[in-house]
Write a protein that binds this ligand. Structure first.
Ligand SMILES: [Fe+2]
Length: 286
């Protein structure tokens, strides 16, 4: 197309897609182009606004490194990570709902026996909580030998890799369910924390008039060969920000109750999970 206008630009770019690009590339790019062009037209985007957006993306790239992905944070603020998670991991068989992994997972946490504590450093005023439950298959049968990774922020609102004063892998652990499908560990009551807002993601929060806070939660990654990996978070029913999580990741069924404990911790919380067999994935897709 030689004479490009506001009315034919979208068609021109879509038609420019190579004849032999894979079908999925074509599907994604044709839709993305249409929506992006429509967006520019909808808001009558000015050249200065476009330039500012380009500079903002440059800043997002500049602050990104192995320990920090500004683009994931931006995606979170826009509700896109949680949307993609819901689209990609639809609940089909009564399994526990997933939610976002977030940027703070670390592989190879300390392998601990059931009932052990993940707390390597105490904080004044923190409350200990014994977290336990049963992991079941969708037919209700307990599943033994499930790997359960857990991680949470410290009472100062920081994950250990953000905080030079915490021991390596503090508040992280890897457990395995016993023959009755039970897992159990001791943690600290999780506190709300702000997602990092000193970079491009923070600029976007300001632009949108949003706060950076997340409700207190404990992360779980639950894995066993033959089952779909479940990545989720359990929220403290008494935490702030349950109704206005900065990354929109709260689900009602993931809210757990921390009750006063009769044992050696301040609190206890029971939370059971249901995981779906991998075989059901194929059936759901059919
Ligand atoms: Fe988190």
């Amino acid at each position: 197309m030689r004479n490009i206008t506001v009315n034919n630009i979208t068609d021109a770019v879509v038609k420019s897609l190579g004849d032999d690009v894979p079908a999925r590339n074509r599907e994604i790019m044709a839709s993305a182009l249409k929506h992006m062009h429509d967006f520019c037209k909808d808001v009558n985007l000015t050249y200065d606004e476009w330039l500012e957006a380009m500079a903002w993306m440059r800043r997002a790239g500049d602050i990104t490194d192995d320990a920090r992905s500004e683009f994931i944070l931006i995606s979170d603020i826009l509700g896109i990570e949680v949307l993609v998670d819901m689209l990609d991991k639809k609940v089909t068989d009564g399994e526990t709902v997933s939610t976002v992994l977030g940027p703070f997972y670390r592989d190879n946490p300390p392998v601990l026996p059931n009932g052990a504590t993940i707390v390597q450093k105490d904080f004044d005023g923190s409350q200990s909580v014994r977290v336990s439950g049963v992991i079941r298959a969708t037919d209700g049968a307990p599943v033994a030998g499930v790997t359960v990774d857990v991680w949470e922020d410290a009472p100062n609102g920081m994950y250990e890799q953000q905080d030079p004063d915490q021991p390596d892998y503090n508040l992280r652990g890897r457990f395995e369910t016993d023959e009755n499908g039970r897992y159990e560990f001791v943690a600290l009551r999780p506190v709300p924390y702000p997602i990092p807002y000193d970079g491009a993601a923070g600029e976007l929060l300001n632009y949108m008039g949003h706060h950076p806070w997340r409700p207190g939660h404990i992360h779980f990654m639950i894995q066993k060969p033959g089952f779909k990996t479940l990545v989720s978070q359990i929220y403290d029913s008494e935490t702030e920000y349950l109704d206005n999580d900065s990354v929109f990741a709260v689900k009602e069924e993931l809210i757990g109750e921390m009750k006063p404990s009769s044992g050696d911790t301040d609190l206890e919380m029971a939370f059971d999970f249901t995981i779906r067999s991998d075989a059901k994935l194929g059936m759901a897709a059919e």
